[in-house]
Design a protein around this ligand. Sequence first.
Ligand code: OGA
Ligand code: MN
Length: 261
Amino acid sequence: MTRLLVRRTILLPRIRRRPTRGTGGRHCFSSLADLEADALLVDARKAPKSWQSSAAVVYRNVVTEEQASVISEEILGQRMRRRRYEKGHWDSVITDYREMELYDIHELVEAMENEPDPNIQASDVQTTIAKAFWKIRNHLQQNHATSTSTKWLPCHAIDLKQDGQLSAHVDSVRFSGHMVAGLSLLSPAIMRLKEDQESDQFVDLCLPPRSLYVLTGVGRYEYSHELLPDGSTFCSPPGDPIIVSREQRLSIIFRDAKEEE
Ligand code: OGA
Ligand code: MN
């Protein structure tokens, strides 16, 4: 039996303040209300019997091209610019990557959620990113939340090199709640979910740039997730298999905070 790794959410917690409760979106930006999950981006034909289709869904185009380039330029071109890629240890879940948490954006999104805070000064770039994240959070709240006022952790950005690996793991349950969602930028990728590492049963998600995947329920707690290497094949249920070139990929992970016991 292979040991299933747990991916620890590192860096957390730094924010002293407790995560605030959202109001479910009083703000007046146009929302992602019409967004529907794209079933063609999920291949569950080899899924185990325990699989539930709501446990992993993928939405296309959750940010505009312009928002996508503002986010990736700000994170890769500015914030991570001087950071070296981390190799990871021999048993790490992830190799050849850089990561950081976006505390300032978190504060701004929280402020948008509540009353606009005149004390928060933000650049145009920060505001653009915060608005895009606010919409995603709002969509998650409306479609995937179990509580009417989800508390959120700061978003986490991960830059994975083309040859970097993200191997099978379940996200730590220490701080993070029932929902793990990821915005994919720059490169497509295939995410594989498995209940049993020894078995050949799996569920594959195709993640085009600007898409959002959402793992909940068994998809969050019972199945591991991993990214397949560059050049792996995705079989869209009715269509021909496609080979997915995975290049440098930036992902933004949205997690709700664990409910207090
Ligand atoms: C993680 C993870 C997936 C992604 O950081 O735990 O699974 O989309 N990331 O980057
Ligand atoms: Mn993970």
